[in-house]
Ligand binder design. Structure first.
Ligand SMILES: Nc1nc2c(c(=O)[nH]1)N[C@H]1C(S)=C(S)[C@@H](COP(=O)(O)O)O[C@H]1N2
Ligand SMILES: [Mo]
Length: 319
């Protein structure tokens, strides 16, 4: 993504797999060396270090037919190659820095144009909904992709509960603002807190989910604990993490990336191989874990389900 205050593209933004792997090996080697040195066993080879974050199984969830044909990425990829600028702009920063984020207790405010505005404790917020696993292709605007088995529930189920007023046309989401726990918020790489939005009909689409877990476990902090949005036909930045507020509105929300670079990141951000990012082509992507790039699919391959939402719209203008 763009850091507007910087003159050039950060190499990390378009890091290819080889570089990523090399860097990861280097970091792991350095970590092993540090651990070994501390333990006085320098030189003894170590197995992959156990993750430093807690891994807690989600007790009850159904398998859904979504994505059953896709091979998920390695857990390690999904949990250590992240974008979560509240914890730093490098891919390994979130998994290294998000540990101290306190996700209990957690309140989600639902307000704006709804019949039932409320401040929910997270447990109450998710309790009414049956959790299910959805294996989704995810595509970052930076040209890498992954397949992730999320656990969550349809955003539409929540919206039906809180009952949008007839005048509501959009849903706005906001991430926690807490510079003490989110060190990235002490620098202005983006205007904080992170905000994202969907049109109400997009938000009601059955593919849009609120996720609380991945790989059978509750979300690690770096993936947006305790609750985040997943919209698989859009670029990854629409999938806002660590949500504290959901507001129904009659005006199109200004999302953080559009605010930061309007010519590069629009409101819609539908995955579209024929609309290039101003600084790179979106025609192909690198699936993390694969060497060769593959063609990018329109709507990230979910066109059969979602294209009708955009019937008659010029998707070059509405990027
Ligand atoms: N609050 C917040 N949400 C965010 C981001 C962020 O920096 N802050 N990054 C976005 C981007 S660019 C991507 S690609 C996805 C990455 O999600 P993942 O790390 O779980 O794969 O999160 C999105 N949600
Ligand atoms: Mo992204």
């Amino acid at each position: 993504m763009l850091l507007r205050t910087r003159p050039a593209i950060r190499s990390s933004e378009i890091t290819d797999k080889k570089l990523y792997l090399r860097r990861r090996e280097f970091i792991q080697a350095a970590a092993v060396t540090a651990v070994g040195a501390a333990a006085g066993t320098l030189g003894v080879p170590q197995a992959d270090a156990a993750p430093s974050w807690p891994r807690v199984k989600v007790p009850n969830f159904a398998k859904s037919p979504y994505g059953a044909d896709e091979k998920p990425n390695a857990y390690q990829d999904a949990t250590t190659y992240n974008n979560f600028y509240e914890f730093g702009v490098e891919k390994e920063d979130p998994s290294n820095n998000a540990g101290p984020l306190k996700t209990k207790p957690w309140t989600v405010k639902v307000d704006g144009l709804v019949d039932k505005p409320a401040d929910y404790q997270l447990e109450d917020f998710i309790k009414p909904y049956a959790l299910e696993e959805r294996i989704y292709r995810m595509r970052c605007v930076e040209r890498w992709s992954m397949v992730i088995p999320w656990i969550g529930f349809p955003l539409a189920s929540l919206l039906k509960t809180v009952q949008p007023a007839p005048t509501a046309k959009f849903v706005e989401f906001t991430t926690l603002f807490n510079p003490q726990q989110m060190p990235g918020q002490r620098r202005d790489v983006l205007r904080w807190p992170y905000v994202e939005g969907l049109r109400l009909d997009e938000a009601m689409h059955p593919l849009a989910i609120l996720a609380v877990g991945l790989y059978g476990e509750y979300l690690p902090n770096q993936n947006g604990a305790p609750i985040r949005l997943v919209v698989p036909w859009k670029y990854g930045f629409k999938g806002i993490k660590s949500i504290v507020r959901i507001r129904l509105t009659d005006r199109q929300p200004m999302n953080s990336w559009q605010l930061s670079a309007p010519s590069e990141y629009g409101f819609y951000s539908n995955v579209n191989p024929s609309v290039d990012h101003p600084r790179w082509s979106q025609a192909r992507e690198r699936r993390i874990g694969e060497f060769f790039m593959r063609p990018t699919l329109v709507f990230n391959g979910y066109g059969d389900q979602v294209a009708s939402l955009y019937a008659g719209m010029d998707l070059k203008k509405n990027y």
